[in-house]
Ligand binder design. Sequence first.
Ligand code: GRF
Length: 202
Amino acid sequence: MKKRIGVLLSGRGSNFEALADSVASGRIPDAESAIVISNREGAPGLERAKSRGISTRAIPSKGLERETYDRQVVAVLNEHKVDLVCLAGYMRLLSPFFVSSFPNRILNIHPSLLPSFPGLESQRQALEYGVKFAGCTVHFVDENLDAGPIVLQSVVPVKDDDTEDTLSARILQEEHKIYSEAVRIVLEGRYKIEGRRVMRIT
Ligand code: GRF
């Protein structure tokens, strides 16, 4: 049976598209894109999903308590029999209820080399700090911000003439590569977790 991927997003959805492309081309084998959910009705990522014929759902979060909202999202993910949840620019913390509904089955992509620069505007944080290398991280998700065990990271150089835009673009290219690779590793079960360490089994 194909593994079913559910994507949560709040914005443009380029990481979602990279995953959908990898599913369609077989780079992520034996998988299908089951549902894309957004907490923002106008998220461009929803349109991108629709144009690919993938089911979408906007579930507005405004005014709802965190767990009340998450129960709605988890219900839709279960309705669509999702095996793996991929956060792709999803601008919300998950409740313990959500996390325990998909144990070791939620991934996130973050545009920094965690644990450096968690939270918002990581690329700007990296530039302002003056690091010479930046990058991105795919990690398992827990209830804390950008905090779970790391599956993959990729490093890019920071150039003297970089702006937030040029650095973000260089990192984004790597995000699109490592997110698909991490999803493949997790869906194939080719890993074990010891403490915080995610180790590949080849
Ligand atoms: C990416 O930089 C991702 O790492 C971060 O939010 C951004 C989302 O971009 N979590 P997109 O919506 O996938 O294009």
